[in-house]
Write a protein that binds this ligand. Structure first.
Ligand SMILES: N[C@@H](CCC(=O)N[C@@H](CS)C(=O)NCC(=O)O)C(=O)O
Length: 164
């Protein structure tokens, strides 16, 4: 299966218009101010061998306020699954998990949180061998590993404060 890392259409300056009925594309719209909300979704999609397109909203564009008004709850990420539009990262994950016949989406959230902790404190799992093994096992899954090693992932900051 062909995968696009970074995904097709990477670095656009705003959200794409809503897709028409019958369109099959998957698009993840996120803001560079605090993008980590979308990361579990990306890991689920990559691990399930799926493709998607990123709609990047810069802080500058977001702060103009026009896009915010169009977003349910006034926040990103936004996920478009064809003509079906979803907000709230856990709702997006639940939708995708259901679509891919998975019982749970929580693994990707837990993995994301543990990966973040490891960035901030690389030894934080030293006293938790089961959790450390869990992270290693998931990180080694071939499709997920390819995503984790992709430029798109490496270049994406944890948040927009420029400290990572
Ligand atoms: N509960 C939401 C939180 C989303 C969230 O915190 N979004 C932030 C960062 S992407 C945002 O849109 N901030 C801009 C704002 O609130 O104006 C989720 O999990 O999707």
């Amino acid at each position: 299966m062909t995968q696009h890392f970074p995904p097709r259409g990477f670095i656009q300056q705003g959200l794409a218009p809503c897709l028409e009925k019958g369109e099959k594309e998957r698009r993840l719209g996120f803001c560079t101010i605090l993008d980590r909300r979308g990361e579990a979704t990306r890991m689920l999609l990559a691990d399930q061998g799926q493709e998607w397109t990123e709609d990047v909203v810069t802080g500058e564009i977001w702060q103009k306020g026009d896009l915010k008004k169009t977003c349910l709850f006034g926040q990103l990420p936004r996920f478009q699954d064809g003509d079906f539009v979803l907000y709230q990262s856990n709702a997006i994950l639940r939708h995708l998990a259901r679509n891919h016949g998975m019982i749970s989406f929580a693994d990707y959230n837990l993995l994301d949180i543990l990966q973040l902790h490891l960035v901030l404190a690389p030894n934080c799992l030293a006293s938790f061998p089961l959790l450390a093994a869990y992270v290693q096992r998931l990180n080694a899954r071939p499709l997920l590993k390819a995503y984790l090693e992709s430029e798109g992932r490496k270049q994406r900051p944890i948040n927009g404060n420029g400290k990572q």
